[in-house]
Design a protein around this ligand. Structure first.
Ligand code: ADP
Ligand code: ZN
Ligand code: ZN
Length: 753
């Protein structure tokens, strides 16, 4: 040891690479004093140097130790993780069966891990000297003299050097010359890149929030939440409010109270890009009073993310709005977590760590003795069950604002429509008539289609071959814009073939109707001057286009908006009085025990887009299964009746929310081998005397092959995730498995395909 007489301090460090538990290191005095719990350090680990997080500092000196290794450098003294977040990471990694490393990787942005510096810029200002003096210094440099004159006009002001040089077309060398002569002083300022300040503003004055008087129901709900906040204890509450009942206003009241208590707030939305109005409203409301609202989303540049991170860690910003990963944002003194549209499947992360954003939100609130508010018009069965078990409380908003009616829902029986014509129509006659009527009355309509099932595929009329992705067992989608076939699972694309790959016939036809096709059909049945605009995933890839479309729609420049789930929720357009749903029962045809729940949620949410203004709304739902109870319940917006029936069914089958569902997927390039190991594993489980686990499978997944991998899965139904995982993981350790077969556990799985 080269430390001489001074004995080192001991610190516990969690390496971000290959280790699941903290290791003890020594730290020299100066480093030790600059460190905090949560600082990022560089440490030797084996033969490598890796990044680690300080997880505890002990005030003790080390007794002399043989093999003590030393922290080599401090990468970020500011804590990148508070103890609270370290605890959260530990919980996420154990509950969702993923490595701590993986979890920390998802929690700490790459830019923070790399210790990237905040971007700085050079500021310049004139140094006041006498004219004589400056004239003397500049007599032989006319360019510098000219620049100096210009600068002098802004005496006493600091200016951004780059911008100033650009404006006056002056080269940086000239400015450098002035600095050398002592006529100009330069300083460095940190640049803050506030995330997309402009991009997220829809640019309409309607978004300016004025203080409103709360309705009685809103007051009651807000009062209940304020009590939760005042208790200074952990509380979780479902805010169940019909569409258009003013939930956002209640969230805002709660946020104000939490901020008033000196706390921070996390506001989660299923996807930021689909919630521009919510983001605008929060920005307008809290920005006005000087609160910085950090918008946390996947398009942030590394630098923007780092700045956002810093501002939160330093307590400069106290409000974060973002999608599921924002649940890990380092908000200080967290008092309130809002999860808007808590029922949305998008809260579940489908890659490791496979966490559920809503459930992590609840746990994080628990760790902080804070309040978690879950809002929805169509709450998930999991949350409703937690209310029944008195784990969560509930506040309800039963009325729309201003007593507006929920829209009238008509079911159009497509089986009967199909009988009237030779080919089943895409748009039924009643829906077409309703669309025309709205146009005549200068009102707006939304046409919604479930994306899946509306893809255009290529198939051969001779042999029936459907063009499939080479790596995934699904049909490829034909895009008219570029004449390519795209795989929506893996992104593979190729040009559309002219002849059938199977029988060489040239009789290749397009089948199905995408959003583009629907748009064409609507155009053909509507008067010439009607303006019809389509929103789908393609549109979303063009930055800002979605926002422009929403703005035009709001301003009445569009008559009919055609789109997929993007337009299904969260949007509030007062002039929309008609909503058409083109294939209501599609979710029912998929192999998923949550199918009814999804169909119900989507229908109620879409219907909720209608009649949010002065005039009542109407909804036409085209369906081949009008008798299905979830469709009937959705038609009458009977949430309680739906919940009762669906819960009874789930209970009978022992499905979530009565048991946790863990999915165990085996995947490999060889089909035989993959199935073999999945079956061997099942045999192993059968002789292992498991407690409290019901096992199903293995079975081939409905999409048997994805990205070139065959997949077999098993399901475990269990009352306790922790108990189930510890048994499974123990057996898994002694189960030899081929190197080419991978298995993953998905706790509280959403996807079952
Ligand atoms: P939800 O999220 O429950 O569907 P929103 O929060 O979007 O409903 O509110 C619906 C509409 O009612 C919005 O335009 C909102 O600005 C307005 N609103 C909310 N609360 C009030 C109130 N107390 N008085 C008047 N308008 C309100
Ligand atoms: Zn594919
Ligand atoms: Zn063919």
């Amino acid at each position: 040891m080269k430390t001489g007489q001074v004995t080192p301090f001991l610190v516990e460090i969690l390496p971000l690479g290959g280790f699941d538990h903290p290791l003890t290191y020594g730290a020299q005095q100066s480093l030790y004093h600059a460190m905090q719990v949560g600082s990022l350090v560089r440490i030797p680990l084996g033969a490598r140097r890796v990044i680690g997080v300080v997880s505890s500092l002990s005030p003790e000196h080390s007794p002399p130790r043989e093999k003590l290794r030393f922290v080599s450098a401090l990468v970020q003294p500011e804590p990148v993780l508070s103890m609270e977040l370290v605890d959260l990471a530990k919980w996420v990694s154990s509950y969702y069966a993923c490595s701590l490393e993986n979890t920390l990787g998802a929690m700490i942005p790459a830019s923070v891990r790399d210790g990237m510096n905040a971007k700085t810029r050079r500021m310049i200002e004139v140094v006041p000297v006498s004219d004589d003096q400056s004239a003397k210094l500049l007599s032989r440099s006319p360019k510098q003299a000219e620049a100096y004159q210009k600068l002098k006009q802004c005496e006493g002001k600091k200016m951004d050097a780059v911008e100033w040089e650009k404006k006056w077309k002056i080269s940086p060398a000239v400015v450098d010359g002035l600095i050398q002569k002592g006529l100009v002083k330069q300083t460095v300022a940190e640049v803050e890149r506030e995330a997309y300040a402009d991009q997220w503003s829809e640019g309409s004055d309607e978004t300016v929030e004025s203080l409103r008087e709360l309705t009685l129901e809103q007051q009651t709900a807000a009062g209940e939440i304020l009590e939760d906040l005042n208790s200074q204890k952990f509380r979780a509450r479902l805010l169940q409010g019909v569409t258009g009942s003013g939930k956002t206003e209640v969230y805002c009241q709660a946020m104000e109270h939490a901020l008033g208590q000196g706390g921070g707030v996390l506001f989660l939305v299923p996807e930021v890009a689909l919630a521009p109005q919510t983001v605008d409203r929060l920005r307008a409301r809290f920005g006005k009073r000087g609160e910085q609202v950090v918008v946390w989303h996947s398009h942030l540049s590394a630098g923007e993310r780092l700045d956002a991170w810093r501002n939160l860690v330093q307590g400069k910003a106290r409000i974060v709005v973002g999608a599921r990963s924002a649940v890990f944002a380092p908000v200080k003194n967290l008092r309130l977590v809002v999860v808007d549209e808590e029922h949305e499947p998008a809260y579940k992360q489908e890659d490791a760590p496979r966490y559920h954003g809503r459930d992590v939100a609840v746990y994080r609130a628990y760790l902080n003795q804070a309040v978690c508010l879950l809002g929805s018009a169509t709450p998930s069965l999991e949350t409703v069950r937690n209310v029944e078990r008195a784990k969560y409380k509930r506040s309800t908003l039963t009325q729309r604002i201003d007593g507006r009616e929920l829209p009238l829902v008509h079911l159009v029986d497509m089986r009967r429509e199909a009988l009237k014509q030779k080919i089943p129509p895409i748009l039924s006659q009643p829906l077409i008539e309703a669309l025309r009527k709205r146009y005549e009355d200068r009102e707006q309509s939304i046409l919604f289609l479930n994306r899946r099932g509306f893809n255009t595929t290529l198939f051969c009329t001779e042999c029936g071959e459907v063009e499939q992705c080479r790596d995934c067992s699904i049909a490829m989608t034909y895009h008219r814009t570029d004449h390519y076939l795209h795989c929506h699972l893996c992104g593979y694309r190729r040009t559309a073939p002219q002849i059938c790959g199977n029988c060489q016939s040239i009789e290749i036809r397009k089948k199905g109707h995408g959003t583009q096709r629907i748009e064409d059909i609507v155009e053909s049945v509507m008067p010439k001057r009607a303006r019809i605009v389509r929103v789908d995933a393609d549109v979303m890839t063009k930055k800002n286009l979605f926002r422009e479309i929403l703005r035009d729609f709001r301003q009445g420049k569009i008559d009919v908006l055609v789109g997929t789930q993007m337009i299904a929720k969260g949007l509030d357009f007062p002039r929309v009085t008609l909503v058409g749903v083109i294939d209501a029962d599609l979710p029912l045809r998929m192999e998923d025990f949550r199918a009814s729940e999804r169909a119900f949620q989507i229908l109620v949410q879409v219907a909720g887009r209608a009649g949010r203004g002065e005039r009542a709304g109407e909804v036409y739902v085209q369906t081949y299964a009008p008798h299905e109870s979830c469709i009937q319940f959705a038609r009458r917006a009977e949430l309680d009746a739906f919940l009762e029936e669906e819960l009874a069914l789930r209970k009978e089958l022992n499905y979530p929310p009565y048991r946790h569902l863990i999915r165990h997927v085996f995947r490999g390039r060889g089909e035989e081998k993959t199935r073999f190991y999945a079956e061997q594993w099942r045999r192993k489980l059968d002789i292992s005397n498991l407690q409290g686990i019901e096992i199903k499978g293995p079975a081939a997944t409905p999409l048997a092959k994805i990205k070139g991998y065959y997949r077999y899965h098993l399901f475990y139904l269990t009352p306790s995730v922790t108990n189930c995982l510890s048994q499974i993981q123990k057996i898994r350790r002694d189960f030899p498995i081929d190197k080419e077969i991978f298995d993953i556990l998905d706790v509280d799985a959403n996807q079952v395909s």
